[in-house]
Ligand binder design. Sequence first.
Ligand code: HEC
Ligand code: HEC
Length: 167
Amino acid sequence: MRYRIVPWLACLLCAAFAAQAQQADPHLVYERKCGTCHAAHAGDFVWEALTETGDGLAGRVSGRPVRDMLLRGHGGLTAPEIDSLLEQFARIRQSGQLFRRKCVICHDSAVQLARRELALDGDRLVGRYTGRDIAAFLIGHGRLDRSEVTDMIAILRRALDTRAPAE
Ligand code: HEC
Ligand code: HEC
């Protein structure tokens, strides 16, 4: 009889790990726990609803630090989820400057562009349908200088690394 318990236990552990891994993905955290009431995409939320203060990001309307709000329970996040979300917000501020300035007129968001049109070929970022080497492609596209191309490749890779939500 006892051996029957083993698969069940393995199953439970698996589910627990899967749930944890999912929660650690900040895109999913935002989409599931914030996007239902706020902007659908974290990028829009960060740019529209938040503002940079000496004390980190704060609500544009209330001026309250986002970290304080989340720690008090707004959105119902765990402490690791709060850290991961705030890191993502900070990255969006940094990298979004570049994407907003130079790409957003023609592409919705870095995450959508990466998920829809890009793929990894070994270590290289390539066009999913065109097979292009994106690092080479970007040199003549979107008016980036060379160091910005390097930054943009990092931004797109990161966007691609995070798993797309189950649809
Ligand atoms: C059930 C709906 C709901 C959910 C879920 C939710 N919020 Fe809110 N949030 C509100 C409401 C309502 C306000 C206050 C009114 C407003 O500013 O729009 C607010 C305000 C805020 C503010 C302050 C805005 C300002 O200018 O002062 C921040 C920051 C914020 N939410 C972040 C988040 C984050 C991050 C999450 C996800 C972890 C989240 N919220 C989840 C409803 C929600
Ligand atoms: C003036 C409009 C415009 C701007 C600005 C622009 N793009 Fe594009 N981009 C396009 C069009 C149109 C295509 C599709 C045509 C093509 O593949 O040549 C494209 C394709 C791409 C592709 C997909 C290549 C492939 O092979 O699948 C990537 C990646 C890309 N753009 C990144 C960027 C980045 C990053 C920026 C900002 C630095 C940017 N684009 C700015 C219009 C633009």
